[in-house]
Design a protein around this ligand. Structure first.
Ligand SMILES: [Zn+2]
Length: 149
C-alpha cells in the first residue's frame, strides 16, 4: 500500500525527532528493510534520514513531505532514525557507534542552521510515548544545538 505523501512546510517544523530502528547492534537493518517496514505500517517511509552503523547518512524522505514516525507530531517535525538501539541480547542500550554519533551531530548541526526554532528531542521525550526510543536522551545531549529560550 502506498499512500499519497502530504506536503510539510518549512515553517511548520518545530521538532527534530530522533529515533532508533530498535534492531540489534550486531545485525544489519538495510535501507530497504527500513522503508518496507514504514510502508507496511504507515503506507509510506517513516523517516527523513537514516544513519547506518558505519555512519552513512541516507536521505529517505524529502524535507518537504510529512514523515510517519511520531503519532500526532508528523505535521510539525522531521524524523531521523539511526540503525540499532538494542544490544546483541536485545537489551535497550545506546548502541551508537562513533561514526553514527559524528554523522548525527553533523546532521543536527545542519538542521539547527536550517530550522533554528526547532527543538531536538527523542521520540520517547514526546508526551504519552511509552517506548524507549531512542536509547539515549537527545534533548540534553544536543543542548548546544537547541533554539534560544
Ligand atoms: Zn521512535
Amino acid at each position: 500500500m502506498n499512500k499519497q505523501l502530504i506536503p510539510l512546510n518549512h515553517d511548520d517544523v518545530k521538532l527534530l525527532i530522533v529515533h532508533c530502528s530498535a534492531t540489534r547492534s550486531d545485525r544489519n537493518f538495510s535501507v530497504d528493510n527500513l522503508i518496507a517496514t514504514g510502508k507496511a505500517r504507515f503506507g509510506q517511509p517513516s523517516y527523513h534520514w537514516y544513519i547506518r552503523r558505519n555512519g552513512n547518512l541516507i536521505p529517505i524522505l524529502p524535507e518537504t513531505v510529512r514523515g510517519a514516525h511520531a503519532r500526532g507530531y508528523n505535521r510539525c517535525s522531521l524524523g531521523i532514525c539511526y540503525e540499532g538501539g538494542l544490544d546483541p541480547q536485545g537489551r535497550k542500550v545506546d548502541t551508537r557507534t562513533p561514526q553514527q554519533k559524528a554523522a548525527l551531530f553533523e546532521l543536527l548541526k545542519q538542521l539547527h542552521r536550517d530550522y533554528p526554532k526547532a527543538r531536538i528531542i527523542g521520540h520517547k521525550e514526546l508526551p504519552n510515548v511509552a517506548k524507549e526510543c531512542p536509547c539515549f536522551t537527545p534533548s540534553t545531549e544536543y543542548a548546544c544545538l537547541q533554539p534560544e529560550a
